[in-house]
Design a protein around this ligand. Sequence first.
Ligand SMILES: [Zn+2]
Length: 304
Amino acid sequence: MKNLLLLVLVLFTYSASAQSFDEVKITKNWKSKIEDIAPAKARIKAPKRKLLVFSQHTGFYHWTIPHNDEMLKILAQKTGAFDVFIGHDIESFSASNLKKYDAVVFNNCNPAGPDRDLFTQLIKNNSSLSEDEVKALANEYEKGFMNYIKSGGGLMIMHGALTVQNNSEEFSKLTGGSFDYHPKQQEIHLIEVDKAHPMVQAFNGNGFTHVDEPYFFKNAYWDYNFRPLLYAEVDKIEGQRKEFNSDIVYLAWIKKYGKGRVFYSSPSHNAQSFEQPELLQFFLDGIQYVTGDLKCDDSPIGKP
Ligand SMILES: [Zn+2]
């Protein structure tokens, strides 16, 4: 009887935890585990690049923000392909600062809803300017950032960071889409759109299965002005709150923006997903794509 009770308890705990993970502590052990499974070298040999990782949120806090910082630093140190600089304030986005970097990584830098306007919120948090002055300055930062990408900069967007300037149609065209909502965390099976594409070689043709938040998108997403990399089947996703106008949802893509490049990866909400080395390789390849080193077909598929 006692054993049965224990079994029930174990099963219950397992099924509950399978859908939602607890925060992982960043310990020496965790870091060395990630270091062990991280790729030893970058796929493409190129000059050492400089990455600005922006890790400040003004809205929803993702517990993985520090894990992403550490994971990117581990990729940088182990491969020697790039250096990581972490940014936390609006000055990170000044033209003179941006030009020091080959690419910017948005690390779950979620702004607060419903405005979801990161630049405004970063300025507001630290100034005595009037509403109008804040708005004008935020517009300058937004335009300045878009110009940085347009003139050849790179942008890697990690998971929730797609919500940066989520209500700006122009910014949505830069990122490839805006965040709409996500059902509860669940096991998601991601499938390569084209198994031969250089950006999905990390998955060896097997796709990628993990527990994550299944994202749905809006605004510029429906222009399909990107080259999708991974998708999930919509009818396999539980807890949808509205009709989605397609049988599949793309959960990672790349795109050109002027002379620059953008990589979006919805994986991952959880640091547990990094324990599958495929995802680390995928991120590294994404970094090499946005820095312009990994050359591949990034032509948009366009509306069907
Ligand atoms: Zn999330």
